[in-house]
Design a protein. Structure first.
Length: 368
C-alpha cells in the first residue's frame, strides 16, 4: 500500500493524511458502534479499547480543508462523554510502530485535549498484545480491538486470546485489494500462512474475480472464528470511492447477538441502509434495496429452511444473522409479511405489537 501523503495542518504542529471517503465511512461506523458498545458494556465495568494501529491521528478533507481525527481520538472523545456521569472508565492503549506517525499522534492527542486514560506506545501491536499485563487486563474486562493495518502485517495466531472476555469484540480492516495484488508474489508464503492462519489461501490462486474474493473472505472469517472462538463474524464490504471494486472489508467478531445486530445497524445507518459501501454507486437504488424484494428474499429462504418447525424469534435470528445481508428489522418485516399471507403463525411472548422480539414464537406452515 502506498504511503499516504502528509499535509501540514495550518496553524498546528502536526500533519494530516488526506481524508478518503471510505476512511470517513469507517470512522463513522466506529463512532456509531463504539457509542452503543460503550453505553452498554461500560455500565457495570471499566472497559478497554485497543487501537492496534494508531496512525498519525489526523486527516484532512482536501476539498474543504476540514480536519478530522483518527480512531483513538474519536473513541476517547466518545468515552469521555458517555462516562462523564459514571464511575467506570474506558482505558485506551494505542500502538503505532512508525516513529513519525507516533510523534504526530502524540501532538494531535495533546492539541485535542484528550483524556489521560490512554497510553500511546511506539511499538508493534503483535508484541504488545502478548504482554502479560495487557493480556491480563483484556482477559478480565470487556475490550474492543481495532485492528487496522495497511496490509499483511497481522498474525492470526496472535488473536487467540483477544476475545477471552465474553464482552470483547474485534474489528479488523481486511485489506482485500492489497492482499489480492500480493497473493502470488514470491517469498511471501510464510507471511500469508501467518496472516490466514492456514495455507488454504493457496487455493485462491486458481480463482479470479468475485470467486477469489469470496473464497478469501470466507477463509479469513472461518479462521478468525476458529481462533478467537467468536460466536458471530460478519464482513462489511467497502469499495473504492470512484469505482465498483472492493477496497477492503471491515470484519467484525462478537460473542453477542446484540453485538452483530447493532453493528449491522451502525453500518447500515451510515450507508443508506446497506451492509456495504458502494463508492460512486452509493446513492443508486438497486432491486436489492427495495423493501418488497428484501422481504421476499428472506421469506423464501426461511420458509424453505424452517417449514413445519416452531422457533423463537431470537433463535431464528441467531441461526441466520451471519448468513443474510439484512438487518434484524428486515427479518421481522419478512415474518410479518408471511403472517399476513398466513404462511406463519406467530404467538407473541416478548412483544405486543410491531417488531417481533426475543421469545415470540414463530411456527412455519407447510409449503403447499
Ligand atoms: C491504516 S493506519 C491506522 C489508522 C487509524 N486506525 C485510524 O483509523 O485513524 C495503519 C497504521 O498502522 C501502523 N502500523 C503498521 N504495522 C503496525 C504494527 N505491527 N504495530 C503497530 N502499528 C503498525 C502504520 O504505521 C500506520 O500508521
Amino acid at each position: 500500500m502506498t504511503k499516504p501523503k502528509e499535509v501540514i495542518v495550518y496553524g498546528k504542529e502536526y500533519f494530516a493524511w488526506p481524508y478518503e471517503e471510505q476512511t470517513k465511512i469507517k470512522h463513522k461506523v466506529i463512532s456509531y458502534y463504539m457509542t452503543i458498545w460503550l453505553s452498554k458494556l461500560g455500565k457495570y465495568n471499566d472497559t478497554f479499547f485497543m487501537d492496534c494501529h494508531g496512525g498519525c491521528g489526523a486527516y484532512i478533507d482536501l476539498s474543504t480543508n476540514t480536519v478530522g481525527y483518527g480512531s483513538s481520538i474519536i473513541v476517547d472523545k466518545i468515552a469521555t462523554e458517555i462516562n462523564a456521569n459514571r464511575s467506570h472508565k474506558n482505558y485506551i492503549c494505542v500502538c503505532e510502530n512508525n516513529k513519525k506517525n507516533y510523534e504526530n499522534l502524540l501532538k494531535v492527542w495533546e492539541d485535542q485535549s484528550c483524556s489521560n486514560l490512554c497510553r500511546i506506545r511506539l511499538d508493534n501491536f503483535n508484541n504488545v498484545i502478548k504482554e502479560k499485563r495487557i493480556n491480563n487486563y483484556y482477559s478480565t474486562h470487556p475490550s474492543l480491538f481495532l485492528i487496522d493495518p495497511f496490509g499483511y502485517d497481522l498474525v492470526m495466531e496472535n488473536m487467540k486470546n483477544l476475545m477471552n472476555h465474553k464482552g470483547s469484540e474485534i474489528i479488523i480492516n481486511f485489506m482485500y485489494d492489497h492482499l489480492n495484488r500480493f497473493l502470488s508474489v514470491a517469498n511471501l508464503d510464510a507471511q500469508r500462512d501467518d496472516f490466514f492462519g492456514s495455507h488454504e489461501w493457496i487455493n485462491a490462486i486458481g480463482l479470479s474475480g468475485r470467486e477469489r474474493e469470496n473464497y478469501l473472505v470466507e477463509l479469513y472469517k472461518r479462521k478468525l472464528k476458529e481462533t478467537t472462538k467468536a460466536k458471530f463474524v460478519f464482513a462489511y464490504r467497502l469499495c473504492f470511492p470512484d469505482r465498483n471494486q472492493t477496497y477492503y472489508y471491515l470484519i467484525h467478531a462478537t460473542n453477542d447477538i446484540q453485538g452483530i445486530v447493532y453493528m449491522k445497524n451502525s453500518f447500515a445507518g451510515v450507508n443508506n441502509g446497506r451492509l456495504e459501501y458502494l463508492g460512486k454507486y452509493q446513492n443508486a437504488l438497486t432491486l436489492f434495496d427495495l423493501d418488497n424484494y428484501k422481504n421476499e428474499d428472506i421469506a423464501r429462504n426461511v420458509l424453505k429452511k424452517y417449514t413445519g418447525k416452531t422457533i423463537q424469534f431470537i433463535n431464528l435470528l441467531e441461526e441466520i444473522i451471519e448468513d443474510i445481508p439484512f438487518l434484524e428489522k428486515d427479518l421481522s418485516d419478512a415474518i410479518s409479511m408471511l403472517e399476513k399471507e398466513k404462511k406463519v403463525n406467530v404467538r407473541r411472548v416478548s412483544s405486543k405489537r410491531g417488531r417481533y422480539r426475543d421469545k415470540d414464537q414463530i411456527t412455519f406452515g407447510e409449503i403447499i
